[in-house]
Design a protein around this ligand. Structure first.
Ligand SMILES: [Fe+2]
Length: 289
């Protein structure tokens, strides 16, 4: 049986602070941990033992980078078999990966955007359905940041995302930092973008930091503190959908764990405020019949 989804602010598990987490430094301070199983597949030893202990202290969410859902190479049965065995040992309410391609006859080491076409959406949705069947778990897909549109698009990004998740009948992991970075780089309003996303499909949020590359370009580095504009987008969504797991991603320039826990606390204050507004609006709707 799959565990219930956690709600509140979680933290991405990184090797830089696993020992501290294992020693209890985050107990009671984060709602869940998100981990990338690819770091543990086909491995044993101390790191896997440590992960087993950590899993007993926190709810887990599995989030991968290697599934190549938007690619054209067949899904790798060996990878799916090992991932399935990992998820059986470390239960999570769903599994997520990115709306991208990352492999073409070999690992490309990046999350590359897809052409926004019906043909790509149809193929990607079929692969998401296959992934769900192979894992026997629900899948979420995450919107990615992109710096150039690939190929000739028939749709814009929101239409493409909607077409994929409706055809796949899957959930959306909504990364509001990616939406913000794309909005700045491609010149659209992130709130207008969000308003076109079917929020009933959103099961989880990501927030992260970004940094300027030059005067015209922001880069989704996951290497800085979350900016106020991204807090605001997170709150905009939470006050419309209610309790949800929100993940603080930090993959580069990782500060001391205490700093990340302080950021989790700051995010939680904004999250709780948004949740209070959601509860008030729900109450008004109930009172109004
Ligand atoms: Fe993300």
């Amino acid at each position: 049986m799959l565990p219930p989804p956690p709600t509140g602010i979680g933290l991405g598990l990184r090797s830089a602070f696993m020992a501290e987490i294992d020693a209890g430094a985050a107990d009671g301070l984060v709602a869940f941990l998100e981990l990338s199983p690819e770091n543990y597949l086909w491995r044993g030893g101390a790191a896997v033992d440590q992960l087993g202990r950590i899993c007993e202290r926190f709810p887990l969410i599995g989030h991968g980078v290697a599934m190549n859902l938007g690619g054209v190479d067949p899904l790798d049965p060996r990878f799916f078999g090992e991932l399935r065995r990992f998820l059986d040992r470390h239960p999570t309410p769903w599994y997520s990966d990115h709306l991208c391609f990352c492999n073409r006859g070999g690992e490309l080491h990046d999350l590359l955007p897809l052409p926004f076409t019906t043909r790509t959406a149809t193929r990607t949705a079929a692969r998401i359905r296959e992934a769900q069947e192979r894992l026997e778990r629900p899948m979420l897909v995450e919107n990615v940041s992109y710096y150039l549109a690939l190929g000739e698009s028939e749709h814009d990004e929101p239409d493409f995302i909607v077409e994929v998740i409706e055809r796949a009948d899957c959930g959306l992991l909504l990364d509001v930092n990616n939406a913000y970075v794309n909005a700045q780089n491609h010149g659209f309003d992130p709130l207008e973008w969000l308003a076109r996303i079917p929020l009933e499909r959103v099961r989880q949020l990501h927030v992260a930091g970004h940094e300027p590359w030059d005067d015209a370009t922001l880069v989704d580095t996951h290497g800085a503190a979350v900016r106020d504009e991204v807090y605001d987008l997170m709150a905009w969504v939470v006050e419309r959908i209610g309790p949800v797991p929100v993940l603080l991603e930090r993959d580069n320039n990782i500060p001391p764990l205490a700093d990340l826990l302080a950021e989790v606390k700051a995010l939680d204050a904004v999250y709780q405020g948004a949740l209070a507004r959601w509860r008030a609006s729900e109450g008004q709707e109930v009172a109004g019949g």
